[in-house]
Design a protein. Structure first.
Lengths: 381, 381, 381, 381
C-alpha cells in the first residue's frame, strides 16, 4: 500500500519535541495508516540548536523563524512545542496558512487566547488536536471504555492528583532553557497549566463538565535566582494548587497538584467511584488499571489489578504480547496514529482545540477562585 | 504486684461498647499497669439488652438510667458510648459527680456543647480522654514519632481521606438501632462528625492547627425510610464532605470523606509531604507505614513499606514477635493502657476533651463553610 | 445460657503459652460456645516462672511437674506448649489419663513418635487437635472454601514459602530460654519442623497428599555459642530447607523456608494455580487474599485483592465491621472456638493428631531426601 | 558526527524479528553511537512474508535462503531470530563468513551444539552476543550494580520464576507458525529453554555459577493437535520445570517456570537475599526494583520500591524524565547500543556466546536431572 506523506514542521525541540518526533518516526512500524509522517523541518530560535536536533532525529531541514516555517508550501502540519505564551500566535498563523495543527498543552495562556485559537482553526477548517497525551495510555483509554459502557453507573466521586517533587530545593533557578515552566511570563501559571490541566482534561473526558470550583494556590519558595540573569526575583507561578468542584452529573470532584510532594516524581492519579463500580489509575505504574466491581460474588470481591497488555485492550494489539508493558512515549505514538487515521477520514481527533478550550475554562476558573478566595462558576465554552 | 481496681461504668453498648469492653478486659494481660479495670456496670435503655451485654462481657451489674450509674459510689470512670447528641449531658453530669470520663468521639454535637464539656471536666479536675483511637495504631504513633523527631522537615502538604461505601443503596433505612449515624438529630452530622473528625484529630496531632477551610457537602440519597416508623423522610446528614484548608505551619490540607466510594470499606488514609521526607498510611493495611526519605542514596531511593511489628516500634513490645500483625481492636487497648498509666501519675491522656475541642472547632467551620459556600476561619479554642 | 466449664492445664508458657492463654480468655466474648474455658493451672519447670505467668494471665494454680498436672482430677484438657522433644511423652501420658489434648506443632520429633501419639489419643478416644493455627486465618479459611467449592478446577501448581531473617547474625547464641528452636536436641530440626511444617499442613489441607519429594538443606552458620554453657558448638539444625514435590492430584509443588532471607520477618506465603482460578496469600498482610478468576470478562481480568473483613467471610461475623482487620492472635481464638464446638458434638477438630501425622511424614521424607541427596517417597499414614 | 553504517541481515521475522528491528531503528535517536545500523536485508522462508515484513519495517531487500544472506558482501552482521533448532547451523556459517552475530536465546539445542557455536565465533574472531534481553531492563542492570558494589554482602538465597498461563487450554494446537515453541523438534525443550533460560542467564550474571541441580518437569496436556497437519500427536515439550540448585558461592537456588500458572502472563521474578540487603524484581512491573537494606535505622526499615526512571540509573538518562517509565522493547535497544559501542572498541558484549554456553550447561543439567530423577552436576564450560 502506498501511503501519502504528511510533512511535519516542528516548532520547538525541548522535551516535547523529542516525544513528538519519536512518535512520528515510530508510528508507521506499528500501525497501518493512510499517511506516512515525514520529518520535514524543525524550527528553533538558534540555528545550532535546531541543526543538532535535526541531525539527531533526521529532520530534513531547519528554520529559525516559525513564520517562515508556516509559509513553506512543503509543510502540511505544524506541531507546536514551544512555551505556552507562544501557542496562540503560532496556531492562529498556522491556521490562516491552512496547516493542520498539533499543539502542546495547555492550549493557551487563558480563555481569551483559547477562544481566538478555536475560532481560527474552525474558520480555517484545519485538522487540529492538543497533546493531552494521557488519554491514550491504554489503561486510561480502557477506563474511558468501561465508563462509556455504563459499567460504573451513576458517578459519586472523581478525584485526581498530579504530584511531583522536583522544585523543592530553593537553589533551583527559574526561567531560561529547560526552566520556562517556572517563569510565569512564559508558562502563564505553574502547576495549574502544567499538571492540573492534564487532570482536568482527563476528568472532562471521563466524567463530563465541571460547573463550579473552589481553589487555593501556594508558592512555597517566594524568590528564586533567574537562570540567565542571575537576579533574584519573586516567583510568580503557583507551586501547588488544589480545588474542590461539582460536576454537571452531580458528582463531587477533588483535584490537587504540586511540585512539593516529596517522594513523587510524576504521580498523576485519578479515581472514579460509581454506584456499581470504581476504577483508579496512576502514572507511576501506567500499564495497570485498578477496578472494583460490586457485582462480583461477595466472597471474592476486591480491587482488581488489571495488567493492560492484552491484545483486546486499547492499542495493545499493535505492540508485543500479554505481560510485556509499554511506557510513556507510546501515548504520543497513539495520538499520531489516531490523528492520521481520523484526518484521512475528515474526522476530528480528540482532544481538539475546542475540547481543550473546556479545560482552559476550568483552569481559568481555578486560578480566579484562588485569587478571589471564593467559589467560581466555570464559563461554558 | 497488687493493682488498684478501677471500676468502669459503661453507657451504651453498641459497636463501641464492644471495642471498649474488650480493651478493659485484655489490657492487663499485655501491659503492666497501676490499675486493673473492673467491668462494674453497663447501662442501656432496656434492661434486657443491658443484661445480655453484661452476660456476654462479664459486667457485674446493669443500669437503665445513666444518671443512676453516675450516682453510684462504686463507679470510678464513666465510659460514654452513646449517640453524639447525649455526650454533653452525660459528660457534664459525670464530671460534676467527680468521675473520670472516657468519651466516644466526636466530643459533642457542636462547639458550644464542647466548650461546656471542657469547662466541666477541667473545673471538676477529673481525668478525661476522647476515643480517637487511630492515634494509637502503632504505625500512626510511629508517624507521630518520626514527625516529632523532625525527620520530615518543613511540611508542605497534608491530605487525608476516609472512604466508605456502606450507604450507597437507596433501600438502606435511616435512624433506629445501629443506624443512628444516619439520623441528624442523633448524630449531628453525617460523615463530618463520624469520619472526618478522625482525620482532623490525627491531622491536628501530627501537623498542628488548621486556620481556614473551604468545604462542600453532599447528600446523594435525599430521602430514606426510617427504620422504626417506616416513614420516608428527608435525609439530613452529609453523605460526603470535602474541604481544602491551610494549616498554621504554612502547609496546605485536603480532606475528604464519604460513604459513597464504592470499593472502600473503611479506608482512612493520610499522607504528609515534608521537605526531607514523606509518609503515608491507610487503615486497610493498618500495620504498615509508607516512608520516603530523600536522604537515601539516590540509586536506592524509594517508598519503604515498614511492617510495624517490631519490638522497638510503638506498643509492639507488648504483643507478639516481628512479622505478626495486630489489628483494629488493639488501638483501644493501647488507649486504656495509656489512660491508666497517665492517670496514676496525674498526667493527661491525649486526646483530652480540650484536644478534642479543637477538632470540634474544625468540624464546625467545615459545616459552616459548606452551608455558606465560602472560606471560614476556624475558631481558636 | 449456662456454659459448661472446661478446665485447662497448660504445659509450658513461652510464646505459644501466651497465644493460647489469650485465646482461652477471649473466645467466650466473641463466640457463643457450649464450654467456658477455665485457666485452671499452668505448669513450668520453675515455680517462679510459672507463678509469674499465672499472675499475669489469671491461672488459678501452678505445677512444676507435668505428670502431676495430668493426674489432677480438676483438669479436663492438657495444652502442650513445650519444646518438640517432649510432646510425645506428655501427650501419651495425658491420653492415658483421659485428658483432651491440644498440642503445639509440629506433632512430634519424627514419624515413629507421631504414630505412638496418634495411637494413644485414638485408643483413649480423647478429643485432640494440633495448633497449626494458620488454617484459621480467615483469608486461609476462605481459600479452603473456594478450593472446596471447585472454583480453581484442576490444580497445576502449589508453592509455599516461610521466610525469616532473625538468625543471620553469627553472634546469636543457640539453645536455652527462648532459643530452643536453634537446638536440634530440643527442636528435632530447624526450619523444617518450625516453619515448613506450617506450609505442609496448609498444603495437605488445601491440595491433598504429597507423594514424593526432593529436598536440600543448609546450615549457613556452622557453629554458635550456647546461651547457657557459653561453649561454641556445632549447629545441628537446618537453617534453610527447600524441596520439590509431586502431589497425588498431579500438581507440582515447590516449598522453601529459611531464617536467612534478609527483609522478611515471618513471610509465610502460598499460591495455588488452577485451571480456572488461582489464589495466593501471605502472612505479612494476613487479612487479604489475592484471587484471579479466568471467568472474568477479559477486559477487566486481574488479580483481586480481597480484604477479608466482611461478615460473610470465615469467622468475621464474630469480630468488628467491614474494613477493620484482625490479626495473628485471632487464629488461636478461632481454633479454640472450633475445638469447643466440635468437642461438644463429639466431632474432631482439624488438624487432629492423625492429620498432623501426615505433615510429619512429609517432614521426615524431606529431611531424609536432603540427607540422602535423592527423591524420597512420603510414607502413607 | 558521521557514523559508520552497520548493515544488518535479519534471519526470521517473528516476534523477535520485530523487537530487534525496532531496536536497530530507534537506537540512534537516543544513543550517541559509533555505528548507524542499516536494515539491509531480511530473510524468511517465503518471499511474500519477507516482503511484507521488509515493507513494514523498511528493510532494503529480502532473501529466502539464509545461506545467500550470509554470502552477501553488503551484510556486516547476522541477526538470528529463527527457531532454536537452526541457531547452530546459521551461526557457524555466519562466523565462517566473518559476520558479526546477534543470536536469539537460547544459544542452542544443547551443550554440544553450543560448544561448536562458541568455537566458531571465537575462531573467527567475530563480535557476538545472545539476546538475553532482560539483563538490560534498567531495574535489572541496577540490581547488578548494587550486587557488584557489595551491597548485599554474602548471598544466602536466589530464587526465580517465570510464570505464564497461555497454554492451559487443551484446544491450543502445537507446531506451525507462531507455535514452534510447543514443538520439541524446533524448540528443543519447552519452558526450560524458553523461559528458565532467561532466569538462569540472569542468575549466573548476578550470583555466579551453579554447581548442582535437582529438577522435575511435567507435561500437563499430553496430546495436542498439530496446527498444520491437524493430527493429534503427543506433546514432547516440558510444560513446567522446577529445580533446586546450589551456587558456587554457597547460596541456595530455587527456580520454576511454567505455562500453567493461571493469572500470570509473563511474570519473570527474581529475588536475592544477602547478609546485608535483599532485592527483588518482576517483569510485570519491570520499571521497579524492590530493595531492603538492613543498615537502615530500625524504625524506618522496610522494602523500598525504587521507581527506576531517574537519570542516574542505568540507561535512563537516554530516555525521558523521572517518573516516566519505559517498557519491554527498550531492553533490545539497550543491547544494540551496548553492542555497537563495545564492538567499535573491540570489546565483547555480554552475554557473549561463551556466556550463553554456561546457561546452556545448566539447562542441559536440569533436563538430565528431570529425566533421571536425581541430582546432576552442571558441566563446567
Amino acid at each position: 500500500m502506498s501511503k501519502k506523506p504528511l510533512n511535519i514542521g516542528l516548532v520547538g525541540y525541548g522535551f516535547m519535541g523529542r516525544t513528538h518526533s519519536n512518535a512520528y518516526k515510530r508510528v508507521g512500524d506499528f500501525f497501518d495508516l493512510p499517511y506516512a509522517p515525514v520529518l520535514k523541518a524543525v524550527c528553533g530560535r538558534t540555528a545550532d540548536g535546531a541543526k543538532a536536533f535535526a541531525a539527531n532525529w533526521g529532520y530534513e531541514s531547519i528554520e529559525t523563524d516559525w513564520r517562515k516555517l508556516i509559509e513553506r508550501k512543503d509543510i502540511d502540519a505544524i506541531d507546536i512545542c514551544t512555551p505556552n505564551n507562544t501557542h496562540a500566535e503560532i496556531a492562529i498563523a498556522a491556521a490562516a496558512a491552512g496547516k493542520m495543527i498539533l499543539c502542546e498543552k495547555p492550549l493557551a495562556m487563558n480563555l481569551v487566547e483559547g477562544h481566538a485559537m478555536v475560532d481560527a482553526v474552525e474558520k480555517a477548517g484545519v485538522a487540529n488536536t492538543v497533546w493531552y497525551n494521557y488519554r491514550r495510555v491504554p489503561a486510561v483509554s480502557l477506563a474511558k471504555e468501561l465508563i462509556a459502557a455504563g459499567r460504573l453507573g451513576k458517578v459519586f466521586h472523581y478525584r485526581a492528583q498530579f504530584l511531583q517533587d522536583w522544585t523543592i530545593s530553593a537553589d533551583l533557578p527559574q526561567g531560561g532553557t529547560g526552566l520556562w515552566r517556572l517563569d510565569a511570563a512564559a508558562a502563564g501559571s505553574g502547576v495549574t497549566g502544567d499538571l492540573l490541566a492534564h487532570c482536568i482534561d482527563t476528568a472532562l473526558w471521563l466524567n463530563g463538565d465541571i460547573e463550579t470550583v473552589s481553589a487555593m494556590t501556594e508558592t512555597f519558595v517566594k524568590e528564586r535566582k533567574h537562570s540567565l540573569t542571575g537576579k533574584v526575583e519573586p516567583v510568580k507561578i503557583d507551586d501547588a494548587c488544589a480545588f474542590l468542584c461539582r460536576f454537571e452529573n452531580g458528582s463531587l470532584g477533588l483535584f490537587e497538584s504540586t511540585r512539593y510532594a516529596r517522594g513523587h516524581k510524576a504521580l498523576y492519579t485519578f479515581e472514579v467511584n460509581g454506584e456499581k463500580a470504581s476504577l483508579k489509575w496512576d502514572l507511576h505504574d501506567l500499564h495497570r488499571l485498578q477496578y472494583f466491581d460490586y457485582a462480583d460474588d461477595s466472597l471474592i470481591r476486591g480491587w482488581k489489578s488489571i495488567h493492560v497488555t492484552d491484545g483486546d485492550m486499547p492499542y495493545m494489539k499493535h505492540w508485543w504480547v500479554p505481560g510485556l508493558q509499554i511506557g510513556y512515549e507510546h501515548t504520543f505514538v497513539h495520538q499520531v496514529a489516531d490523528f492520521l487515521t481520523n484526518t484521512a477520514k475528515g474526522a476530528p481527533t480528540s482532544p481538539t482545540f475546542r475540547d481543550a478550550l473546556a479545560t482552559q475554562a476550568v483552569c481559568d476558573a481555578v486560578l480566579d477562585s484562588a485569587d478571589h478566595h471564593k467559589w467560581e462558576a466555570v464559563v461554558p465554552v
